[in-house]
Every structure is written in structure tokens, then in C-alpha cells.
Design a protein around this ligand. Structure first.
Ligand code: FPP
Length: 282
């Protein structure tokens, strides 16, 4: 199923409006929260919340693919989630396995690349096997990169990175005074993806919950007032609209950003004039 071909015209219009409003975030990271509460409110077992959460995953992945977002990272299972009742962990792993198998064809048809971060060897063997198989199958795709954070926590990754880096210092290939942000980054699980521009958390909670701690340094944070099963593409568009209204200063002041924008605008104006001029000459 080609997501672009099957998209309805109203949704296409909404996406086109967003694209015209400004530069969309290159990387969106999401803390999917509130599956349990969504189910509880409806007097359903928690697993029904997770099941409905998978439908949100599908809709958000599809919408990001259509919008041309380059990276989407989903916090699907944290290191701390292993402490949940065993029956819930088993059911979550089952849902993940089913998603990986049943969505493979559709992800491939839509040029999605799959990636995973976290302590993947802690996953049940069948899940880990399917995950690696799906990653391999989709590795030549060039569209959206979907990263699943599984058995992941930010502190775990930073500590792991520090341990590996310390081994390099001990081995003599790196000296402590040479350690910079750029030298440290390759040791992180997220080395091959850019930092998130926009971090969304659902269910109104204002916490990072040990997610992408290093990478989130300059992310814009948007807290959605709905549970994850209710977070569908319209809520995503609202989050992006809100992001587009913000000014990302990266520690600078507004005037500096305006100066840079003006210089850039002037530069592109001069380039355009030169292009016209050289076209006339040839
Ligand atoms: C948070 O809700 C959600 C999770 C811990 C798991 C998210 C998993 C899925 C949506 C399904 C599988 C994932 C993929 C990628 C197919 P919660 O249980 O913490 O909710 P609560 O805070 O209301 O209890």
C-alpha cells in the first residue's frame, strides 16, 4: 500500500499547509505515554491500551513518511519497563514482534528504514531475531528512518559510551584532554542519527523519563494533552504547528538570528541576480 497514493485529499491539504508554514523538524522523538490510563478510563485491560497504541504508531509513522520527515524515534520500551508485571512485558514483546512481522512489507513499500537503539541483547530471542531481520531487509531504503528505542535508557547509553571511551583511553588511542562533544558522540547508540529537533510526550506528563538525555540538549519539547492511543496524525500536526511557531536560538539572541537570516536572504538574492546575469550572457 503506497501511503501517498492512498492518502485522502483533506489530509494532503493539511500536510501541504504545514510544509508551507516553515521548515519541518528533521527529527521527531516521541515518548508514547498513557496506554494504561487510556484503557483504565474505558474499564479495559491495560493490554488494550497498548494494542490501540500500536494503531497510533502506524498512523504516526505513515504521516511522518508522507510529510517527508527524515527521522522518527519512538520510546517503545525503557530499561525500567522490565520491572512491570511479567504478563505485561510478555504481551508488549508479543505486540512488538507482531508489528515487526506484519508491517515489514508496508514499511518497505514506503521506503522506510528501520533502526533500533538500546540493550537489544536483553530482548527475547525471537524478538531480537525478527528485529535484526527487519532492519536488514529495510536497510537499503532511503526515506524515513524509524528508530525504535527498546530496552533503552539515556543514562544506560551514556554510561556504556563512557566505558567504551575509557577502554580507548586505556588502550592509548584517545587522550583525555582530546575528548570533545564531537569525539564523544560516536560512542553513543544514536551516533548515526541527528539530535531530535522536536520531542513529543503524550498524556500531559512533563518528564524526560531517561530518554535521549544527551541528544535532547536543544530539542523543543511539546507535551500533548491526550493519551498515546488518542495521539493520531491531527495531534501530530498540532505539535508540528506549535514547533514551527517557536524560535530556536541555540543560546544566541533573537537579533543574531535575524542578522543571520538577513545575510542568508541577501546572499540568495545576490546569487539569483548573478544567475540571471550569467544566463543572459550565455
Ligand atoms: C506507555 O504507556 C507505553 C509503553 C510503555 C509501551 C509502548 C508500546 C507500544 C505502543 C506498543 C508496541 C510498540 C511498537 C513500536 C509497535 P503506559 O503503559 O506507561 O501507560 P500508563 O502510564 O498510563 O500506565
Amino acid at each position: 500500500m503506497d501511503w501517498l497514493k492512498t492518502q485522502d485529499s483533506k489530509d494532503r491539504e493539511l500536510q501541504a499547509e504545514l510544509q508551507q508554514e516553515g521548515k519541518l523538524p528533521q527529527h521527531i522523538a516521541i515518548i508514547m505515554d498513557g496506554n494504561g490510563r487510556w484503557a483504565k478510563e474505558r474499564r479495559m485491560p491495560r493490554i488494550e491500551g497498548h494494542r490501540s497504541g500500536v494503531r497510533s504508531v502506524k498512523d504516526i509513522v505513515e504521516a511522518c513518511g508522507q510529510l517527508g520527515i527524515s527521522y522518527l524515534t519512538l520510546y517503545a520500551f525503557s530499561t525500567e519497563n522490565w520491572k512491570r508485571p511479567k504478563s505485561e512485558v510478555v504481551l508488549l514483546m508479543g505486540l512488538l514482534l507482531h508489528y515487526l512481522k506484519s508491517e515489514l512489507k508496508e514499511l518497505d513499500e514506503n521506503n522506510v528504514r528501520l533502526n533500533a537503539i538500546g540493550q537489544l541483547n536483553a530482548l527475547p530471542k525471537n524478538v531480537a531475531r525478527q528485529l535484526h531481520e527487519s532492519i536488514d531487509n529495510l536497510s537499503d531504503n532511503t526515506g524515513l528512518t524509524l528508530t525504535l528505542a527498546l530496552s533503552y535508557s539515556g543514562r544506560w547509553d551514556i554510561l556504556r559510551a563512557v566505558q567504551t571511551l575509557a577502554l580507548d583511553v586505556r588502550g592509548g588511542t584517545l587522550s583525555p584532554e582530546d575528548i570533545t562533544e564531537e569525539k564523544f558522540r560516536p560512542y553513543l547508540n544514536t551516533n548515526d542519527i541527528p539530535d531530535p529537533d522536536l520531542m513529543i510526550r503524550t498524556s500531559g506528563e512533563m518528564r524526560l523519563s531517561n530518554f535521549l538525555l544527551w541528544e535532547m540538549a536543544y530539542a523543543e519539547i511539546y507535551v500533548a494533552p491526550v493519551f498515546w492511543p488518542q495521539f493520531r496524525r491531527d495531534q501530530l500536526y498540532e505539535a508540528i504547528r506549535n514547533y514551527l511557531r517557536r524560535e530556536r536560538r541555540f543560546g544566541k539572541i533573537s537579533e543574531q538570528l535575524l542578522d543571520a537570516k538577513e545575510a542568508n536572504d541577501k546572499g540568495s538574492y545576490v546569487r539569483k541576480v548573478l544567475d540571471i546575469f550569467s544566463a543572459k550572457k550565455s
